[in-house]
Every structure is written in C-alpha cells, then in structure tokens.
Ligand binder design. Sequence first.
Ligand SMILES: [Zn+2]
Ligand SMILES: [Zn+2]
Length: 282
Amino acid sequence: MAGLSGLPGPPGLPDYHVHTFRCGHAGGASREFVEAALARGLSEIAFTDHIPLYFLPAANRDPKLAMREEELDGYLEEVRGLQDAYRGRIPIRLGLEADYAEGHEEALSRWLARADWDLVLGSVHWVAGDWIDAPGSAARFPREGADHLYTEYYRLLAKAAATGFFDVLTHFDLPKKHGHRPDTALHDAEERAIAAARSAGCAVEISSAGLRKPVAEMYPEPRLLRRLVGAGVPVTFSSDAHAPAEVGWGYERTVPEARAAGVEEFVTIARRRKTAHPLPPP
Ligand SMILES: [Zn+2]
Ligand SMILES: [Zn+2]
C-alpha cells in the first residue's frame, strides 16, 4: 500500500465492488463500508458479495470463499436496511459478484432470479478445473503454462459476457494477480473477450484491487484498458473492498491512469440500467 493514502479520493465516483463479512474473507460491519464511502466523497456504493458456490459439490463450498446459501436472505435484508438508513445521503446499490462457471448457466440464472439486483458483476475465478486467483493458484502457472491458463480464462470471460447475465465484468486480466504474464501475446484471445463485452453491453470495472496484489497493477492493465475504451466498452470504478479502509482505495492512481488510457466517461448502474457521466476533471 506504499504511497497510497487512506484519505479522500477524487469525489463523485462510485465504488461498485464491495464485499461483506458473509464471504468469509472480509472484515468490518457493512455500515462501516458505507461510512468510508461517505468519508471519501464517493457518489455511490454497491454491495456485491460473492454468490454461493453453486457450481461446486456441496462438500467443496468453502465458507471462506463465498457466502453460504442460507446467508443470501440476510444479505438482501441488510443491504435494503442500509439503503433505507442512508437514503438522501448516498445511494447504496444491491449487487452480487457472480461466478461464471461453464455448464452451470441454468443454476446461475436461478440464483440471479432471487432478487431485483441493481447490478450483477460477472467474474471468472474458476478456470480449467480450479481457482485461478486463490493463494495456492500461483503454482498452477509453471505447471500448466501461463499461455494455456490465460487463453482458457479469456475464452470463459467471453462466454460469460455473452450469457447476458452480467452488467459489469470484474478484474478483466485476473490471471496476472500473482505476477504471471503470458509467454506470448494473446491478442486474439483478449480481442474475443473485448468483442463479447461490447456486443453484450457489459461494462468493465477499473479496479484498484490489483494494486494490493503481488502484480501491483490495476485491473485491467492500461494497455488493455486502452483497447476496451477504443472498442466502446463502458467502464466503472471499484476497489473490490474486503475491509472498510479499502472502499474507494487507490483511486488517486486508477483515475489518472484511466484518463491517460482515454477514459472520458464512466457509468453508474441502477436496476440494471446504465447511465453515463463525464469523468470528473483532474
Ligand atoms: Zn472476484
Ligand atoms: Zn470481489
């Protein structure tokens, strides 16, 4: 976190990727996340906790990775309560970070039907039969090959976008998390994911979370962000906060980098409808 303060960031931007204690790896009361958003001058906050691991056998649904099925109702109730409590002070969006898992689309659509979401984030964390971003995943890269894992990841990301289930694609270049880069340029694989996002009308998040990981670089990296913007894919801003201090964290780096990559506007999303806004001036 060196050089990145916990002080107010540029005002007027949303944080559209925030977790709660239910996912098993986030801390702090949900109310504190909202207070942090207010303190930073953010325009909106969206709770987007991890969908239960519907695509894994029940015995493999690690409660340290996502909320349990029986926690969903409590999650909905809590976010709605916070919406009421903070009405007129800051809009709080009801969201979900939903895993895309190939072959499990029907189960996913049943989960997504369980609430009137403001926004659904589409994430590919499960690639070629295992997690791509868990602490133990780093060992997969030398074993299975970075090119193979990246190619498979982008294939799944494109498929996720094409389902139409998602409003925003998260951490677009997630396989880089532990610092592994592809051995060869993956221009075509990336291009298919970019094209799928554009066709589906999916936005992409500019996430500061990568700055907190070994790779120390925002998602997506500036080179990819430039291509996404060039293709007309809308963007929004997020931190993937797992603690109140991470809400709006790192925007003093991601916003200038976004501007340098050609971003001129961002979207907000309510009831699954996007509204474009100009990026605040520097
Ligand atoms: Zn994620
Ligand atoms: Zn997340």
